[in-house]
Design a protein around this ligand. Structure first.
Ligand SMILES: [Zn+2]
Length: 248
């Protein structure tokens, strides 16, 4: 077994234990995966408490999502993880859990709204998108779109998904989302959080983009460009039409 694979296995076991001890999962909730350089994905097994995940219990998938090693089954939410790997070239790990404060907001359909603290904007960007409830097998377009601009997403009626270059970063991002949701909730009796000045958010967002650039895969980029304004294309068509009219 190669060293990077051993390290990934150890990180998956460690992050699973930490999800459990933080109280962010119950029963068999939560899952984690890591993508190796050769495209294989290592994932936590389904139907096992995160306190009991071992290096031997992990499941290996090929880059098409088929299980190629391991004696256990993979979790059904692997589709969410594969969506992240499909959209983002810079993502090598994905983490999903149900941390209570952030999940409470997600099940209530309440997002974190405009940034209300400065440091998290540098770490996570100006927006932590909240997407509608996604059933297994359903079109994951909204998640894919959210991941083109964010590393942490609130999943409606469900929980939190974070992505990153490694599992440690995913865990820290989840910790920050949960902390923000807790502060948001605790501020409500005092009138709720007050948004930061937009100009400050713009400056912090530029810093975030410098520190954590998101590399989209070509397929995701063309998806984003589909939604972009069509003016340049319209102009190109006008030029062609004009040229053709002069030929006739
Ligand atoms: Zn879940």
């Amino acid at each position: 077994m190669s060293h990077p694979e051993e390290r990934a296995r150890a990180a998956l076991v460690s992050v699973s234990r930490r999800l459990h001890s933080a109280g962010w999962v119950a029963n068999h909730d939560g899952n984690a995966s890591a993508r190796l350089d050769d495209g294989r994905i290592l994932a936590t097994p389904t139907a096992v408490s995160k306190a009991e995940v071992s290096a031997e219990s992990l499941v290996t998938l090929n880059d098409e999502g088929a299980v190629i090693a391991g004696t256990r089954k993979v979790f059904s939410e692997i589709a969410l993880h594969r969506c992240a790997y499909r959209v983002r070239e810079d993502v090598s790990a994905v983490l999903h859990a149900h941390p209570p404060y952030a999940t409470a907001m997600a099940v209530a359909g309440v997002g974190l709204g405009a940034p209300f603290m400065a440091e998290p904007v540098v770490s996570l960007g100006r927006e932590i998108p909240l997407i509608p409830h996604l059933l297994p097998g359903e079109d994951d377009g909204e998640l894919a779109e959210a991941l083109t601009r964010a590393d942490a997403v609130l999943l409606g009626n469900h929980g939190v998904l974070t992505v990153g270059p490694d599992l440690e970063t995913c865990l820290l991002r989840m910790e920050l989302v949960e902390h923000l949701a807790k502060i948001f909730t605790l501020s409500l009796p005092h009138g709720g959080p007050r948004a930061l000045d937009e100009r400050l958010v713009d400056t912090l967002q530029s810093k975030h983009e410098q520190l954590f650039p998101k590399r989209l895969r070509d397929s995701a980029r063309s998806h984003v460009e589909d939604d972009a304004p069509i003016a340049p294309l319209a102009r190109a068509q006008d030029v062609v039409k004009d040229a053709l009219s002069r030929f006739r």
